[in-house]
Write a new protein. Structure first.
Length: 429
């Protein structure tokens, strides 16, 4: 491929300099010629674009960076479109993290009732954007980083779009394990299984060299030598990791320690307030015309290693890199997990190349994990139906199906609160 054009919908996000830094550092892997940042918040977009251009200049990257608030115009002729948007912004996120607590449920932006609210707001907007991409650039790949990634990616795939979901949980754990072992991250391969934000590392292979097909299983060593540090990183008890013999993602904390988390959230307030303050400080930094690198504060915003995961995925999809062995992505099940429908979106290692995304076969999943995966997958199917078709009854159904809710006396008032807080974003309400 001679000339690569990328478009980022939600380009005005404070995340974007992380993405730009990866594009700049890894330009030999993904040689971009044109990058379009798309966002309706034009003043903020101009600020982010200024930082982006300075970062590119610092690295000697000659790609042209442009901005627009017109999705159809911005994605026209793009080889790939990245979605990183937040419908309603941090203000609505703060509500997602508060009103569920009144019903004794966790307040979280991707899990539980708050996650359902975000899905209901987000899916219709993403599908509209995807239709504009299909008309303007029918061969473009859509890379979804917008949460809840599993539900949003399934919406895109069900509508026939060429799409794949991406999350930074796996690459973050890969980097942490490599750091503990003192090795190159490219030598770490994860046996990563589950759904988006519901995953476990059942094995960690240390390869002899990058791209090797076999290696040494080192998860027991990691748990024995660094178990307490890893437990702290995923915010779960060390005793739980010892009992399971696996490393759950930190999102499993909402399931394994639900009541404890609810009490913590009631005492400390929402993560949204913290993120809003970080974003305010970041925007002040981005306004500095001398800033030409992503600031250290950005690490506290979240999304660590997002840029490296995105570059790796894009390079293989667009055929610009050397190719990788496997990557962890969110893609259609298609029989990989036999207890789920083919249409379910799972998060597993996959082979990625210019012809597409091919999830790798998996060994049987232990009932302790398979049961929860099946339960949440059923909720996600109902959540997607509610997002597309609307209606209070469908919202209640999805809440009843969620393993963290599942009670009629809880689901009914939660549904009413969800609708009341999101009426402006729900065309059917």
């Amino acid at each position: 491929m001679s000339a690569v054009k990328l478009a980022v919908v939600g380009g005005g996000s404070t995340y974007t300099p992380e993405l730009i830094d990866g594009f700049a550092r890894l330009r030999d892997v993904l040689p971009i010629d044109e990058l379009v940042l798309i966002d309706p918040a034009t003043q903020r977009l101009d600020l982010i674009a200024g930082v982006a251009r300075r970062i590119f200049d610092r690295y000697g990257h000659r790609a042209r960076i442009t901005t627009t608030d017109d999705v159809a115009y911005g994605v026209s002729g793009a080889d790939a479109v990245l979605l990183q948007l937040r419908v309603g912004g941090q203000a609505v996120r703060a509500e997602d993290e508060s009103w569920p607590l009144d019903c004794g449920c966790i307040g979280q932006e991707t899990t539980g009732a708050g996650g359902l609210a975000k899905a209901l707001r987000t899916v219709p907007v993403v599908l509209d954007i995807a239709e504009q991409v299909r008309r303007a650039s029918p061969k473009a790949w859509i890379i979804d980083f917008t949460n809840p990634v599993g539900i949003v990616t399934r919406a895109l795939l069900d509508a026939g779009h060429q799409a794949v979901g991406l999350c930074n949980v796996a690459i973050g754990l890969q980097r942490r394990f490599a750091r503990h072992l003192g090795v190159d991250p490219r030598l770490i391969r994860l046996d990563h299984i589950g759904l988006n934000h519901l995953t476990w590392e059942r094995g960690v292979t240390l390869l002899d060299h990058p791209g090797a097909s076999v290696g040494q299983e080192v998860l027991p060593k990691l748990l024995a030598d660094f178990g307490e540090a890893i437990a702290e990183e995923v915010r779960l008890p060390h005793s739980l990791l010892r009992r399971l013999g696996v490393v759950p993602s930190y999102y499993l904390r909402y399931f394994y320690q639900h009541d404890t988390v609810v009490e913590e959230q009631r005492a400390t307030g929402s993560r949204a307030a913290e993120v809003s303050e970080i974003e305010r400080q970041l925007l002040d930094l981005y306004a500095d015309p001398t800033l030409n690198a992503k600031p250290a504060l950005l690490e506290k915003r979240g999304g660590a290693y997002y840029s490296e995961a995105a570059v790796q995925l894009l390079a293989d999809l667009l055929g610009t890199g050397e190719g990788t062995d496997t990557q962890v992505v969110d893609t259609r099940n298609d029989g990989i997990l036999p207890f789920l429908p083919d249409e379910a979106v799972i998060e597993v290692p996959a082979h990625v190349d210019a012809d597409g995304v091919w999830p790798l076969p998996q060994r049987p999943i232990e009932p302790l994990y398979a049961g929860l995966i099946a339960h949440v997958a059923a909720y996600e199917q109902l959540a997607l139906r509610a997002a597309i078709e609307g209606g209070r009854d469908r919202v209640v159904d999805a809440l009843l199906a969620h393993p963290l809710i599942g009670q009629w006396d809880t689901a009914e008032p939660l549904a009413d609160r969800l609708i009341a807080h999101n009426r402006a974003y729900l065309g059917w309400a």
